[in-house]
Design a protein around this ligand. Structure first.
Ligand code: GAL
Length: 463
């Protein structure tokens, strides 16, 4: 028994995702202002190997070659983000026309090749000038962000139909304002709750602005979403801990958007967001998105941990559990994406789901122009099969984007974990398509079938 691309239907959107800071480089070229990632990566010991994105894949200069690669690989949709400080060096106010020109060139070249551009408005690179005023922790961000959204739609909305407001608000507020491991490196509950509430306000407000300026656009926003299980199923405390982590990682930004408010039922500490709420905020947090972007990589196991502040829970890493994992120490567990899709579907109020990120970092073996990344090929086949399984069971999932096109700057992990379908030699900027890129390309031409075995439910036991 086999499945092919055709099984997903003609309307299903296949694509590849990237993000500005991770690939563009040209960090101070042509009038671009610094972003929080430009400054954060200058701080010692924050990033593996003290890596930074100053040059990265130099997509700023190589974009035509890279978009041509997308074309050659038969990938019909390209998701990328706009660097806020490239088009608005101070975050608000004067526009940098050279920055606008760059994205115009990217968009126009995509369209010329018949590739649909999908834009993420914010993928974590806040202008440093705005961080100086408190960044996401300052309520003024709602005004600054609205200005940025308005600017994007006015300049690019005539040609770009698909928009995503935020990329994974839980990650940029949690890692950036609570744990301090991502830019801007802030720590503490108060700055996190403030940043989180403002991000949740911006996600809905961004949607409203886009729709009001261009009702013909499709608007969504993206969420990281991992299937979560208690470490010991029989242990009541682990079950409670898992429910708290689920509220924090999966529900905290989605449910206010769906008009359900913050998930204080499972995580009482979120009641403290009240301090940052203004009259009518509760209502303004809601917006009816055309689609929700699901970003899934793995599942997490959670155990009770009394010494952990606030949540009293900890995640047990895949390597500690002795299971197959990627270079990020994320378990390879394909049913995670099936479970996430079913769970999103169960809300009953989500119009459409697009998988806007899924992929894996492995140690690829590179030999004479060939990159044999069979583990990635297998990973993608297994996860895609689970998407089909969910679709067949009635989940309205209508797209799947691989993270990512090029090996690139992987935030705090620097250039060490490689997720790309295409290898980049960072000394020469030479691109080499990996076997996974070739496989995806053949699959998209519908010349390749994948064994249905891979989506046999029994194989993974518990779903
Ligand atoms: C996501 C993020 C991407 C990429 C990916 C792999 O959380 O949106 O930028 O880094 O994870 O870690």
């Amino acid at each position: 028994m086999l499945f092919t691309k055709n099984d997903f239907g003609a309307d299903f959107k296949w694509g590849v995702s990237t993000a500005a800071y991770q690939i563009e480089g040209a960090h101070n070229a042509d009038g671009k202002g610094p972003s929080i990632w430009d400054t954060f990566t200058q701080r010692k010991k924050k990033i593996f190997n003290n890596d930074h994105g100053n040059i990265a894949c130099d997509y700023y200069k190589h974009y035509a070659e890279d978009i041509a690669l997308i074309y050659k690989l038969n990938i019909p949709n390209h998701r990328f983000s706009i660097s806020w400080s490239r088009i608005l060096p101070n975050g608000i106010g004067a526009v940098n026309h050279k920055g606008i020109d760059f994205y115009n060139r990217v968009i126009d070249f995509c369209l010329e090749l018949g590739i649909e551009p999908w834009i993420t408005i914010y993928h974590w690179d806040l202008p440093e000038a705005l961080q100086q005023k408190g960044g996401w922790a300052n309520r003024e961000i709602i005004h600054w962000f609205s200005y940025f959204v308005d600017c994007c739609i006015k300049h690019f909305g005539d040609r770009v139909k698909y928009w995503m407001v935020l990329n994974e608000p839980m990650v940029f507020t949690g890692a950036g304002y609570f744990l301090g491991v991502h830019a801007p490196g802030k720590k503490g509950l108060s700055s996190f709750l403030a940043a989180a509430h403002h991000a949740a306000m911006c996600q809905a407000e961004g949607g409203r602005i886009i729709k009001s300026l261009r009702s013909d656009c499709k608007v969504g926003t993206t969420f990281s979403y991992s299937h979560i299980e208690p470490y010991r199923h029989y242990d009541e405390r682990d079950n409670k801990a898992a429910a708290k982590v689920d509220a924090l990682l999966n529900r905290m930004f989605l449910e206010p958007l769906l008009g359900m408010g913050y998930p204080t039922d499972a995580l009482k500490i979120l009641e403290r967001i009240d301090r940052f709420m203004h009259p009518h905020d509760e209502k303004k947090l809601a917006f009816d998105m055309d689609f929700i972007g699901l970003q899934n990589y793995t599942r997490e196991f959670v155990s009770y941990a009394p010494l952990m502040p606030f949540v009293k829970a900890k995640i047990i890493k895949a390597s500690k559990r002795n299971v197959e994992h990627t270079l990020m120490d994320w378990e390879v567990y394909p049913p995670s994406i099936y479970n996430a899709l079913k769970r999103l579907h169960s809300y009953g109020t989500i119009n459409e789901i697009i998988v806007t990120e899924n992929g894996a970092a492995f140690n690829d073996s590179y030999e004479e122009d060939r990159v044999d990344d069979y583990k990635r090929v297998k990973f993608l086949q297994d996860y895609i099969a689970q998407v089909l399984l969910a679709k067949r069971e009635g989940v309205n999932v209508n797209g799947y984007f691989i993270w990512t096109l090029l090996d690139n700057f992987e935030w705090a992990e620097g250039y060490y974990p490689k997720f790309g379908l295409v290898n980049v030699d960072f000394k020469t900027q030479r691109r080499t398509v990996k076997n996974s890129g070739r496989w995806f390309s053949q699959f998209l031409q519908n010349t390749l079938s994948v064994s249905k075995e891979v989506w046999n439910k029994e194989r993974y036991g518990l779903i």
